[in-house]
Design a protein around this ligand. Structure first.
Ligand code: AVJ
Length: 354
């Protein structure tokens, strides 16, 4: 088995076009270094150096962070994953029928595939209707990507996996090479992953995705719905403290990879629903005035008492907003499925002509 070094092992950069082929030729892993230079170090320097301190949520997902996220998905308060799984359990056949309408064969792409557990329903529904399937998962975590690819290949003989360990911006331009004539693309963007983009970024991202797709290609977009703020805040501040650990792991990652001396006990996890923006915000709040040293950056950062580092936005949508988002980005919202409690939406977007 070819192992990708995890980021903790020194942030090994890979050649942009390096690809490992294994598992009887059914698995290809492309490790794409994001742009030039060390993004994590540069982004941390910039994020903690600005007047309003902030860190990008994509950095949650080192190996430990990916496991903590999987644990979040099992929490009673975090309804999103279960609601989407319920939709697939009830409607995967219908989703796939709509996705395949008028096409002989589908290529399945997934952005932010993680452990890909919900994807299994879609893969199974596709394999009931076509002999072979190419699955193209994209994920920022090489460890999660490799584990899920091996598990899927072990369970589904007719599957071929072409995986990209990369952030979305790096992977997007590479996707067109995966789309063959005669196979329609079904792109999965599940679990409210789109929620990390603000409204303008979401439009920009879907336009760029539309740019690599062809008319008739499909996007299955999982979007969390606007609802009572107390329900949302509980989902992002669970009683067990798993989400707090997930958030604080960002500081632990900075300690590990950038030789910093954050004392995690000196920071508090906060999750707040911002009603005006329609988003849950996560912050890390300094419990006291303190100075932290980041040796690898030769940097000292001061935190005032109560000062916050903004670590994530999770935007929530209405069905009207989802229609407008589709129309603004070269898609139309052809079908939407909800869970029984109407907390979460799975939206089939169809790429419209030019
Ligand atoms: C993976 C971005 C969809 O925003 O709900 C879970 C991440 N953050 N709990 C979300 C997350 C805190 C999650 N997404």
């Amino acid at each position: 088995m070819i192992r990708q070094p995890s980021a903790e092992e020194g942030g090994t950069r890979h050649m942009p076009h390096a690809a490992n082929v294994e598992q009887g030729g059914r698995l290809k892993i492309h490790s794409l270094a994001a742009g030039a230079g060390d993004d994590f170090a540069d982004d941390v320097r910039r994020g903690l150096g600005s007047a309003r301190k902030a860190l990008a949520p994509k950095y949650f997902y080192d190996e430990l962070g990916s496991h903590l996220f999987d644990a979040i998905c099992l929490l009673p308060e975090y309804y999103l994953t279960r609601a989407e799984a319920e939709i697939f359990a009830c409607h995967a056949g219908e989703v796939v029928e709509e996705a395949r309408r008028g096409a002989e064969r589908v290529t399945l792409v997934e952005l932010g595939s993680g452990s890909a557990s919900k994807t299994r329903r879609i893969i199974e529904a596709l394999l009931e209707r076509q002999k072979h399937l190419t699955y193209v998962p994209v994920d920022i975590s090489p460890a999660a990507l490799e584990a899920s690819a091996h598990a899927l290949l072990g369970d589904y003989e007719p599957l071929r996996v072409s995986a990209y360990a990369a952030d979305y911006d790096t992977a997007l331009p590479r996707l067109s090479s995966e789309l063959e004539d005669g196979a329609r693309a079904l792109v999965l963007f599940l679990g409210s992953n789109i929620g990390n983009f603000d409204r303008a970024e979401a439009r920009d991202f879907l336009r760029r995705l539309r740019g690599v797709l062809r008319a008739g290609d499909r996007l299955l977009l999982g979007a969390d719905l606007k609802k009572d703020g107390a329900v949302l805040e509980a989902a992002y501040d669970d009683a067990l403290g798993v989400t707090a650990a997930f958030n604080l792991n960002l500081l632990a990652r900075i300690n590990r990879e950038l030789r910093a001396d954050f004392n995690l006990r000196d920071f508090r996890h906060l999750a707040l629903y911002n009603d005006t923006e329609g988003r849950v915000e996560m912050h890390l709040e300094s419990r006291r005035a303190q100075t932290v040293r980041l040796d690898a950056l030769d940097l000292e950062v001061h935190f005032g008492e109560g000062e916050r580092v903004h670590t994530e936005n999770s935007y929530k949508y209405s069905l009207e907003e989802l229609s407008a988002l589709a129309a603004a980005t070269g898609f139309s919202r052809a079908r939407t499925w909800l869970d029984a409690a109407e907390r979460f939406s799975s939206n089939l977007f169809v790429a419209t002509d030019a």
